[in-house]
Design a protein around this ligand. Structure first.
Ligand code: SF4
Ligand code: FES
Length: 235
């Protein structure tokens, strides 16, 4: 089938502002948007810039707006988005070039959540690992699935309004450790989340949950953090 792909283009070395360029290419309905971008880059315009790495929905590097929705280009089939496709960079982060945004502020917010195990207690007497039950592990299982693609944060109206907001992805990272029975840093993280740019900025728009390519219940995770801040309970 013949498809038309309208792509946002911006080269900071040449362009005052972004503009759109349309490309007409032959594609199979089962091709992915990423395949089509590769085709355009390989055969039509080698200057087209976008991020990709794994091409299998694992690395999170090719999140972009496809027909107005945040999606992974490597997980989006042409047959699901039609023959007229608009591809744009994520919103709310500065465009570095074409479909590439500056992810530094996003990862800065991630780092603020202390996204690593905090436990100063001595190891168990047998000197082996800190055990937890299947139920304790299940408590934070969903938030371990995050691939840091930024689709949630950059679809959040609160983040668009203020990029000082830590954003849903950072909160999911906090959730992953706050509810881990082996971790002892929950109170530190909940203190950080109680700051002006923490959970209070979430207005339950659900855009994050709808955007997540890993089907993580992002809004629910944020709600659980809010509840833990109020009750102090981590079960
Ligand atoms: Fe991406 Fe989902 Fe993680 Fe947000 S929670 S960064 S949408 S994988
Ligand atoms: Fe890795 Fe799409 S290229 S998630």
């Amino acid at each position: 089938m013949e498809i038309t792909v309208k792509i946002f283009r911006y080269n900071p070395e040449k362009d005052q502002r972004g503009h759109y360029v349309s490309y007409t290419v032959e594609a199979d309905p089962n091709d992915r948007v990423l395949d089509v971008l590769e085709l355009i880059k390989g055969h039509k315009d080698g200057s087209l810039s976008f991020r990709r790495s794994c091409a299998h929905g694992v690395c999170g590097s090719d999140a972009m707006r496809i027909n107005g929705r945040n999606m992974l280009a490597c997980k989006t089939l042409i047959r699901d988005v039609g023959a007229n496709i608009t591809v744009e960079p994520l919103m709310g982060l500065k465009v570095a070039k074409d479909l590439i945004v500056d992810m530094d502020p996003f990862f800065d917010n991630y780092k603020k959540m202390l996204p690593y195990m905090i436990n100063e207690s001595p190891l168990p007497a047998d000197g082996r690992e800190r055990l937890q039950s299947p139920e304790q592990r299940a408590r934070f299982d969903e938030s371990t699935k995050c691939i840091m693609c930024a689709a949630c944060t950059t679809s959040c109206p609160s983040f668009w309004a203020s990029d000082e907001y830590y954003g849903p992805a950072a909160l999911v990272a906090a959730h992953r450790f706050v509810f881990d029975s082996r971790d002892e840093g929950a109170s530190q993280r909940l203190e950080i989340l109680s700051e002006t740019n923490g959970t209070v900025r979430c207005h339950t728009a659900y855009n994050c949950t709808n955007a997540c390519p890993r089907d993580i219940q992002v809004t629910k995770a944020i709600g659980e953090l809010k509840m833990a801040m109020v009750t102090g309970k981590l079960e």
